[in-house]
Design a binder for this molecule. Structure first.
Ligand code: SP5
Ligand code: ZN
Length: 340
């Protein structure tokens, strides 16, 4: 299997994030995650690891707002220019509710406008790492268009919380959306998001489109991040009405219950008959994940992947979350093995 990966992700290493209650904790979305996965991939004979191709900004601007991308590009330089007392990471303390039309001019004003929470910390290498991560997704999409049955984009930072014009949840550029949009120029696409958290950014980007079916299976936003989006009654809008589905799950969902819900999601994909499939593969559904409250085992992850592979579609697999670093290697091998 072709796997796209770059060392550039190491340039994005925020020193901390802020949890509920204002608790500063070490950044959970850390470079060690990739090291654990790479170590596991080196133990198998089918992992064919490649450096991504640079696709330039056009395929990224096809799903993201230009002013938002400009903000990501210049935020760090602007931040240092303000001579902040603690310059370790750019995090705003004020957030836009977006109930008023004004876009602010100041850096911190824009940060609060373009950021959803206190986990999308910007540091010097964030923009470059995010661009390279998107190029991993685009390269995987390109290889599937060229006839590969599947490809894996080992993306870091992840992407599925990033919307058209906002960052959030460790995500800056929506890798799955960028890949899905590229594929949509060749045929219809289904995006299936099995990360523990709702793929709110992907939902936002394709909400009014009928050529890209988006489905997210995730922890119910009534008890879990991102709290304001991801409910079952959100079905798309305009031409996209009926082309988005959320499957919120209760805390404690086990392998059997998860697989049953997955079956319903896969049925929607079969009915849609897409030419391509993009999977947002977060491993935070794993039982021991420090952020998760869903109880899927490594064997369950393998079963999930087998059910998805049974769709028999050209499939781009995109790395999203997963923070039980010690188990990431075995969980990714369990997932990818279904497609080999
Ligand atoms: C890509 C991805 O998986 N992003 C997830 C971002 C989640 N941020 C959640 C912050 C809420 C933290 N609540 C901590 C509870 C720990 N017991
Ligand atoms: Zn997640």
């Amino acid at each position: 299997m072709k796997i796209f990966y770059s060392e550039t992700h190491r340039r994005h290493e925020p020193p901390f994030e802020v949890f509920d209650g204002g608790l500063r904790v070490p950044y959970l979305e850390n470079p060690d995650r990739m090291d654990k996965i790479l170590t596991a991939l080196r133990t198998v004979n089918w992992a064919d690891i490649h450096t991504p191709t640079d696709f330039g900004l056009d395929p990224i601007l096809a799903v993201h707002d230009k002013e938002y991308l400009d903000f990501l590009a210049s935020a760090w330089t602007e931040w240092l220019a303000t001579a902040p007392q603690d310059s370790s990471t750019l995090l705003p303390a004020t957030f836009a509710l977006r109930r008023h039309p004004h876009k602010p001019k100041s850096l911190l004003g824009r940060a609060g406008y373009y950021m959803m929470d206190l986990s999308a910390c910007i540091v010097e290498g964030t923009y470059q790492a995010s661009l390279t991560s998107a190029n991993c997704a685009l390269s995987a999409a390109e290889s599937v268009v060229s006839g590969q049955r599947s490809a894996f984009a080992l993306c870091r930072p992840p992407g599925h919380h990033a919307g058209k014009d906002y960052a959030g949840g460790y995500c800056f550029i929506n890798n799955a959306a960028v890949a899905a949009n590229l594929l949509s120029q060749k045929g219809s696409v289904a995006v299936l998001d099995v990360d523990y958290h709702c793929g709110n950014g992907t939902q936002d980007i394709f909400y009014d489109r009928a050529d890209v079916l988006t489905i997210s299976i995730h922890a119910d936003p009534d008890y879990e991040y991102p709290s304001y989006i991801g409910f079952a009654d959100e079905r798309g809008e305009g031409r996209g009405l009926g082309y988005h589905h959320n499957f919120p799950l209760p805390a404690g969902t086990d392998d059997t219950a998860y697989l049953e819900t997955l079956g319903q999601a896969l049925q929607k994909i079969r009915e849609f008959k897409p030419a391509y499939l993009v999977v947002s593969a977060g491993m935070d559904i794993y039982a021991d994940d420090p952020l998760g409250r869903i109880k899927v085992t490594t064997e369950g992850i393998g079963e999930i992947a087998k059910s998805i592979a049974d769709l028999d579609l050209p499939t781009v697999i995109i790395m999203e979350g997963g923070y039980a670093n010690a188990a990431l290697g075995k969980n990714i091998l369990a997932f990818l093995s279904a497609f080999v």
